[in-house]
Design a protein around this ligand. Structure first.
Ligand SMILES: *Cc1c(COP(=O)(O)O)cnc(C)c1O
Length: 481
């Protein structure tokens, strides 16, 4: 895997910032690791999330040099310093090409002007029609490459509110070195999302319904990862949005959008429909690396804990409300810990303390921490009625159908002040949410071919699990087979 020539070439192409990034835990008590380490383990052993020790820098010339390049070239440029010696430049190029080859659009993420100065970055042209394909189709291939070279096998364990699970199952199905177990809240994902998870025939992928909401699923995953003997015995790995490799894959479309807008001086603002904070954190990461981003706006549905923490400094999860944008129905937003780490001046012990308090119901940030968060992020929310009227309005005026998540983003984007371009991320295809979109537009979205297959096939279902112990047994029995 290690080819010094490739790394040197990558560093030379990058210009000033050439370096090999290492990663440390947000809770300060796990050893630093390299890219292969963050890829395979996901969560650090002290319960924290990995972040780069130092951000590689792309200067103006390096970013301008991306003009006119394909999405794949831009992605390679962005990824190179982060993967370091884990993959050489040629190997990375091959993985990136194959990851995006199955996307429906040659631009991968087309940018459409929706209104004067308001753009839609369409991230839903991948195999499961949601933005998570950008990360997972690449991360699956990275896993496969690393494990194949080591002759190892892992169990990928994840929780999903809908789209992560389907993207993970699609990305990993049929890969011999990987068994995939995805927990989802029974009855709280859309029929299409469920079918995308339960219809693949490959026997290495398992969609497991759990009684409860997404946070219950996520808590089970965290418990199993924190049970170190169990984690080691079953070689658990994560591809939830806490996995750093997913974040870095998502950084590429922020670069691509800025480059395509030619917005090197007029800084762009991004509005990101947010749940688990992975997508918007990728925008933060891009800005830390030198991408000229004016503002990053968190857009939430009525599950607005992230709006509240920015407004009040207090992070106190509520009950989760089911909305028509289920992938954002979250009260405990995992990747937010990475933003907290930055807001606390990278004090791992402080983050540890806050997370311990979160387990007891919530925490309050101090004034400096809130100020730092507000410098990095802004937030807006969009209720259910507003979501419907946004979908209806864009359909009526522009002939474009938005999925409910994307509509939340556009609603917030319309309220962004300033005169630079505003880019709202369109995170899923409207056809994945036919009820909501149909109700708003008066006609249901046309079903793309790849979705029709999912509707036609039989489901392979697993009995609903009551909690942690059921899931533990399920994983033990998989290994016994
Ligand atoms: C996952 C998802 C989101 C939320 O993204 P996060 O990275 O979890 O904040 C928004 N919209 C759609 C369609 C999604 O699938």
């Amino acid at each position: 895997m290690v080819a010094d020539d490739g790394v040197l070439a990558a560093q030379a192409q990058m210009g000033a910032g050439g370096m090999n990034v290492t990663y440390r835990s947000t809770r300060g008590r796990a050893p630093d690791v390299d890219f292969e380490g963050v890829l395979l383990s996901g969560l650090a052993r002290d319960g924290g999330l990995y972040v780069p020790v130092k951000w590689p820098q792309f200067d103006g010339a390096a970013i301008r040099a991306m003009r006119g390049q394909s999405y794949e070239r831009i992605a390679c440029r962005v990824l190179e310093p982060f993967v370091g010696s884990g993959f050489d430049a040629a190997e990375l190029g091959t993985l990136v090409e194959s990851a995006y080859a199955g996307f429906a659009s040659p631009e991968r993420c087309p940018l459409a002007e929706l209104d004067q100065g308001l753009f839609l970055l369409e991230l839903h042209h991948g195999p499961t029609l949601a933005f998570k394909d950008f990360a997972l189709s690449l991360v699956a291939r990275m896993f496969n490459a690393v494990l194949a070279s080591r002759g190892e096998r892992v169990v990928i364990l994840g929780a999903t509110s809908g789209d992560t699970g389907s993207a993970a199952i699609d990305a990993f199905r049929g890969l011999p070195a990987v068994e995939v177990v995805i927990l989802y809240p029974e009855g709280r994902v859309s029929e299409i999302q469920r079918r995308q998870m339960t219809t693949p025939e490959e026997r290495n992928v398992h969609a497991v319904p759990v009684q409860g909401d997404f946070d219950v699923c996520q808590a089970i995953v965290k418990s199993l990862f924190n049970d170190l003997p169990f984690r080691d015995r079953h070689r658990l790995a994560a591809v939830n949005s806490i996995n750093w490799a997913r974040i870095v894959a998502q950084m590429a479309y922020y670069f691509a959008a800025v480059v395509r807008l030619d917005a090197f001086e007029r800084k762009v603002s991004f509005v990101v429909p947010t749940g688990n904070f992975g997508d918007i954190y990728a925008g933060y990461a891009a800005r830390q690396c030198g991408l000229p981003i004016e503002a990053l706006h968190i857009a939430t549905n009525r599950n607005d804990i992230l709006c509240r923490v920015l407004a009040t400094g207090s992070y106190c999860p509520d009950a989760v409300h089911a909305t028509m944008s289920p992938s954002m129905d979250i009260q405990v937003s995992s990747n937010f810990e990475r933003a907290l780490f930055a807001a606390c001046g990278e004090d791992g012990e402080r983050v540890r303390g806050l997370m311990a308090r979160l387990a007891d119901g919530g925490f309050a940030l101090d004034g400096a921490e809130v100020a730092s968060l507000r410098e990095d992020f802004q937030a807006g929310r969009c209720g259910e009625d507003e979501t419907l009227s946004e979908i209806a309005g864009v359909w009526r005026e522009r002939g474009v159908m938005l999925c409910p998540h994307s509509a939340v983003g556009v609603h917030v984007a319309r309220r962004v002040a300033g005169d630079g371009p505003v880019v709202a991320l369109a995170t899923a295809h409207p056809a994945k949410f036919p009820e909501a979109v149909g109700a708003a537009c008066g006609e249901t979205p046309a079903i793309p071919d790849r979705l029709q297959t999912v509707l036609d096939r039989n489901e392979r279902s697993v009995p609903c699990m009551a909690g942690l112990e059921d899931v533990r047994r399920f994983i033990e029995e998989l290994k016994a087979q």
